[in-house]
Design a protein around this ligand. Structure first.
Ligand code: NDP
Length: 298
């Protein structure tokens, strides 16, 4: 069997197109421009890349982009003041504080200072609670993008057996919650799980969010299962012509062996990654509509 490749890049482009249409309508009909503010503390190279690409795509779909780049030694009080000002700024409908924060800053405190209605990352404790009780919330972008791909590929997820590998607050736990809300039978696996391969082998749906390059092997996968590879890992890939080291991105799944057994699989890059930013933009439009008492995008 060779798996169908779930093209996250194309799907994300479609979602961004829908967001752009909604933004255009909000501007034309209601005179409202959705705005997304991104706060970056320090100069972590990966975070800088993410923030740049978020800003670029925010502008591309017609929204207002606000970037706040703060020095690495910014105090907690100063960062909280920035968050507070954004909470009170009517032009800002979504606020994202780029993680990880430098060690001297308390991430939980900062995230929980964001107005939950503007918490487009869905990490505020109120949104976590709302999602956990099946109420309307802001849903974290990476799990939301993964769920959208699963629904698009499989239709109803009801009754399916799902294994989520990883229990982080930003991916594993909300992913499991979303699958449960869609009536899957969900197992959450982690570093202490006994005999992980045989746990994974039970699953119709496997979501790998581990951060270990190519860990999940093809012989762990039930034939025909749908595999969502959330992992983004940079590994060595020999040397360039000029002798400098070369790297490449891989997921948490060993792509070739998994694709030989699975029914469908997301590639890395080009799978979950692009969907994450698309969902961030979609969440900002949702937040804007809710703030203005307008119908939300479906
Ligand atoms: P974390 O490091 O926060 O969590 C990793 C989880 O994997 C933990 O729950 C850990 O278990 C579990 N784990 C670690 N080793 C093993 C193992 N050998 N067997 C089973 N479980 C294990 O990572 P994140 O959730 O933040 O990210 C996971 C991956 O997803 C990373 O590669 C990250 O780069 C990527 N990512 C991709 C995004 C995208 O847009 N596509 C967005 C966010 C993340 P325990 O709790 O027991 O330690």
């Amino acid at each position: 069997m060779t798996a169908t490749v779930i093209d996250g890049k194309a799907f994300a482009a479609k979602v961004r197109g829908q967001v752009a249409e909604h933004v255009a309508r909000l501007k034309e009909v209601h005179g409202i421009t959705p705005g997304l503010a991104v706060v970056l503390v320090g100069e972590d190279p990966a975070s800088q890349v993410y923030v740049r690409s978020k800003g670029k795509m925010t502008v591309e779909v017609g929204m207002a982009s606000f970037e706040h780049r703060l020095a690495i030694d910014t105090s907690e009080a100063d960062l909280l003041k920035v968050v507070h000002d954004l909470n009170n700024d009517p032009a800002v409908h979504g606020i994202l504080v780029q993680l990880p924060l430098p060690d001297h800053l308390d991430s939980d405190l900062v995230i929980n200072a964001i107005d939950p209605a503007k918490d487009v990352d869905g990490f505020h404790i109120s949104n976590v609670g709302l999602l956990g009780t099946g109420q309307k919330s802001m849903v974290p972008c990476t799990p939301l993008g993964s769920l959208m791909m699963l629904r698009d590929h499989l239709g109803s997820l009801s009754g399916k057996s799902a294994v989520v590998i990883g229990r982080s607050n930003i991916v594993g736990k909300p992913m499991a919650q979303l699958l449960l809300n869609d009536s899957c039978t969900v197992t959450i696996a982690h570093s202490r799980t006994a005999d992980l391969p045989s746990v994974v082998r039970q699953a119709d749906i496997v979501v790998a969010a581990v951060g270990r390059p190519q860990m999940v092997q093809g012989d762990w996968i039930k034939p025909g299962a749908t595999v969502i590879d959330v992992g983004i890992n940079r590994i060595d890939a020999g040397t360039k012509d000029d002798g400098s080291p070369k790297t490449r991105l891989v997921g948490d799944c060993d792509y070739d062996s998994c694709a030989a057994v699975a029914g469908a699989i997301t590639p890395v890059p080009g799978g979950v990654g692009p969907m994450t930013i698309a969902c961030l933009l979609a969440n900002t439009v949702t937040a804007c509509c809710r703030a203005n008492g307008l119908a939300e995008p479906e």
